[in-house]
Design a protein around this ligand. Structure first.
Ligand code: SOE
Length: 401
């Protein structure tokens, strides 16, 4: 229910599967938990399959639907385009939306290449529209609290980040070649899907990457072609004697140096058996350490070197208190929140940005830096060299088209 006398931002969302469902949920619930000056209106949902999009719109609470995103972005009753399609359509839709004067909120990674990401940034800046990219894990109260601890100097100088994003959903060699495993649709495999989140968390908590070197591996080289999937589950085609080459990485591992002198190790894989969605990091500083794991996302483990000898060790903080960003909007302390709330918290920032006229982080600038690190890892895995991020940013100038 939209509040009386509130400013509104009318949303047109392209795509309606997994991410479409989470974003829709956030639009529906944000005003239930948060007081914002601007409220979202679920104006139109867009998808190519008319039956599918119509049903999804009715189920998720969208007021209308379109089957062509080009019509959607021309509609005068739409202020913001939300892109939750596979990665190969982000750039085209985002650039056209910005040129039509719409604000743009885009799924991660924002693009297939650094060049595309930079063209997207150029378009939103030139057209003076608000932009954000959905690196949602930053918006877990525990991660936000980790940021506060680091910024207030409680960990001192940061030495290490050790980040992992571990999944296992494609370990079965007969799991079909869904879009996430097709380079022409996804851009990369575990790297862009999983490491991109760790890179964002590292940039948020530690600082800017200086250089990286890594390896990428594809364990299962051929898979049955798919017949329908949600991207995370799929059935092999009934003619599944048809096998196609897997052209993305199953695992990407890299090491990094940061501009501030910290060093990092990063591991992203879809072959870590037993790990379903293990997005984890540990950060070590001169005065203390922190640890976080998405699978226990309300908790932050904190170690302070100043604790008295004999009592030193990691303490477990349940980040559900008023001191923990976003937490008090939900339930009384110790009543935990979940994955979907990270999207609501990000949306609060987006609505605030629309209200005040700025693009909150993570925005397309963050999207470009993230893409530069992804590209550097990919480049280093073939050249077997260290790749400098500022070098790659200077090399890759925006091309026309
Ligand atoms: C699937 O690997 C996936 O859904 C990613 O696409 C998301 O970005 C990540 O949050 C969880 O895993």
């Amino acid at each position: 229910m939209v509040g009386v006398n509130k400013k509104q931002v009318r949303i047109g969302m392209v795509g309606y599967k997994f991410m479409g469902k989470v974003h829709s949920h956030a639009y529906r619930d944000v005003s239930f938990f948060f007081e914002t000056n601007v409220e979202p209106v679920m104006q139109a949902l867009c998808g190519r399959d008319e039956k599918g999009v119509k049903e999804a719109a009715a189920k998720m609470g969208w007021m209308s639907y379109e089957t062509d995103w080009r019509h959607l972005i021309q509609r005068e009753d739409i202020d913001l385009i939300d892109i939750v399609t596979p990665n190969n359509s982000h750039a085209e839709i985002a650039i056209a939306a910005a040129e039509a004067g719409k604000h743009v909120y885009c799924e991660k990674p924002i693009a297939m290449t650094l060049d595309q990401a930079r063209r997207m940034l150029e378009a939103v800046e030139k057209n003076n529209v608000i932009h954000m990219v959905n690196y949602n894990y930053r918006f877990s109260p525990a991660v936000q609290y980790a940021k506060k601890l680091i910024e207030s100097g409680r960990l001192g100088k940061i030495y290490h980040i050790r980040a992992q994003y571990l999944q296992d959903f494609i370990m079965d060699a007969e799991f079909p070649l869904v879009w996430r495993l097709n380079k022409s649709v996804s851009g990369s495999g575990a790297l862009g899907d999983l490491a991109a989140h760790s890179i964002d968390l590292a940039r948020f908590l530690v600082g800017e990457f200086k250089e990286v070197t890594g390896i990428m591996e594809t364990f299962i080289k051929h898979r049955p072609s798919e017949a329908g999937s949600s991207g995370l589950t799929g059935q092999a085609s009934s003619t599944s004697t048809q096998y196609r080459e897997v052209d993305v990485d199953d695992a990407s591992i890299f090491i990094a140096r940061f501009e501030n002198g910290a060093v990092g190790t990063f591991e992203a894989t879809r072959f870590a058996g037993g790990n379903r969605n293990g997005n984890r990091f540990e950060i070590n500083g001169e005065k203390g350490s922190i640890r976080w794991d998405l699978e226990n996302m309300n908790n932050l483990e904190v170690y302070f070197h100043e604790d008295e000898p004999g009592l030193q060790g990691f303490r477990l903080i349940n980040c559900t208190e008023d001191e923990h960003p976003y937490a008090s909007a939900y339930w009384p302390s110790a009543h935990i929140i979940g994955y979907e709330h990270t999207f609501i918290n990000l949306l609060v920032e987006l609505l605030n940005g629309v209200d005040k006229g700025f693009s909150p982080s993570p925005n397309f600038i963050d999207g470009v830096y993230n893409q530069a690190v992804l590209q550097a890892v990919e480049q280093s895995s073939t050249s077997k060299q260290w790749i400098s991020i500022s070098g790659i940013m200077n090399e890759n100038t925006v091309t026309e088209g």
